[in-house]
Design a protein around this ligand. Structure first.
Ligand SMILES: C[S@@+](CC[C@H](N)C(=O)[O-])C[C@H]1O[C@@H](n2cnc3c(N)ncnc32)[C@H](O)[C@@H]1O
Length: 391
């Protein structure tokens, strides 16, 4: 496989972009944001001091800046986008974080090989939307030392259903023959107000549009929480997550086997809280099979989107039907708290079916799902073998 076969990298490299900036104008605020994430992952930042850290896909380094500041003894950053790596190097240097502990490596993840194992391996925002996310997960997980920690992000069609709908809405405005700047100028008036409705957002509007709307996804695959847990289950135990969607009331003194069922607890909770992924304003529990049906309906929506994008087609009927099916499944839960989400989906259906102009939508602009979820996992000390790709 050549570099050009990797959709995510190829898009960035072809256009010479790294559209992954975070707002760090208030650096203290950014550090607190990252501190909050690490707490939820069960890793107080102080515990990074003196440790070895390997990060896949640092992008332009806005998050790595904070990680470097927590004082790892060794910090290796791997990214295949030369522009991202150059920006990352500059950012670390400007903030005095490019010390001897830091090594930047320009490489495709798939080609990165080291005999070394690390205390902490980070793969944030770079496993979903790959050709083979599970294969890549195996590869990055292979670098975690026994007893060490892996931090990944997952995305399911349900957690990005609102973004899938936005991509479907934007199809008539997207023309790959036009420059990115021209396409951005078309998209901004429609979607900037939607982004303004999302509190806590830290990415510039244009970066978000480049990374989430113009980025070709049709050959790629999501990586859902349950998929990631299942893939790693023989080697890793989940530790923490953001959102923190499970509780474990078992008495620790009863947990005396190596396989203590941590993964099963988290996996079951993910099925019971799936509906909470579709709208960040909602926390709701339900039966596990209802979660499976919602995820299946959202997967149909994802597939409709991929098919339309692959064919560069604009036929609105399948998209409207897939949104209707998802809304119908959600309505079966009968929860009053889901009413704003259902209103939003009904509007989206009407819009995609040509019955409602975008400027008359009032509920949908505020619909944002939980996007990517974070998961931390401990490599079991008893787990034999390493990642398949590590020499
Ligand atoms: C979406 S950005 C995430 C940036 C940052 N970690 C964050 O969460 O904000 C993904 C990064 O991973 C890199 N990347 C994705 N797939 C890659 C691959 N197969 N090999 C090397 N780099 C890759 C991209 O170049 C990009 O910088």
């Amino acid at each position: 496989m050549t570099g050009d076969d990797l959709p995510l990298l190829e898009y960035y490299r072809r256009h010479g972009i790294s559209p992954v900036a975070q707002d760090i104008s208030d650096l203290e605020r950014h550090v607190r944001r990252r501190d909050s994430l690490y707490r939820l992952l069960g890793l107080p930042p102080r515990f990074l001091a003196g440790r070895s850290v390997l990060e896949f896909g640092p992008g332009s380094g806005h998050n790595s800046l904070v990680t470097a500041g927590w004082g790892p003894a060794r910090y290796v950053l791997v990214d295949g986008n030369p522009r991202a790596l150059a920006e990352c190097r500059d950012l670390l240097a400007v903030h005095g974080r490019l010390g001897p502990a830091v090594t930047l490596v320009e490489s495709r993840f798939e080609d990165f090989r080291r005999p070394e194992r690390f205390d902490l391996v980070l793969a944030e925002g770079c496993l979903p939307f790959q050709l083979d996310p599970e294969g890549l997960l195996d590869h990055v997980a292979g670098f975690v030392a026994p007893g060490g920690l892996l931090v990944i992000t997952t995305v399911s069609p349900l957690s990005i259903a609102a973004e899938i709908i936005r991509r479907l809405m934007c199809r008539p405005l997207i023309d790959p023959a036009l420059s990115l700047e021209t396409q951005l100028a078309r998209l901004r008036p429609l979607l900037a107000p939607h982004l303004a409705a999302l509190s806590g957002r830290s990415r510039p509007v244009d970066d978000w549009l480049l990374d989430n709307i113009l980025h070709p996804f049709h050959e790629t695959r999501c990586l859902a929480l349950a998929q990631a847990i299942d893939r790693l289950a023989d080697r890793f135990d989940v530790l923490g997550g953001s959102p923190a969607f499970w509780t474990d009331f078992r008495w620790y003194k009863t947990l005396t086997q190596w396989d203590r069922g941590f993964n099963a607890v988290a996996r079951e909770a993910s099925r019971r809280s799936a509906a909470s992924l579709i709208d960040h304003r909602v926390v709701i529990g339900h039966q596990p099979d209802q979660g499976d049906r919602l995820e299946a309906a959202a997967t149909d929506l994802w597939q409709v989107m991929c098919t339309l994008e692959r064919r560069r087609a604009r036929d609105p009927a399948p998209a409207a039907a897939a949104v209707k099916a998802l809304a119908d499944h959600l309505a079966l839960l009968g929860a009053a708290t889901l009413a704003p989400c259902l209103d939003a989906l009904r509007e989206a259906e009407d819009h995609l079916a040509g019955r409602l102009p975008a400027e008359r939508m009032t509920a949908f602009p505020a619909l944002w799902g939980r996007g990517q979820q974070y998961l931390s996992l401990i490599r079991r000390a008893d787990a034999g073998g390493c990642g398949a790709d590590v020499e």
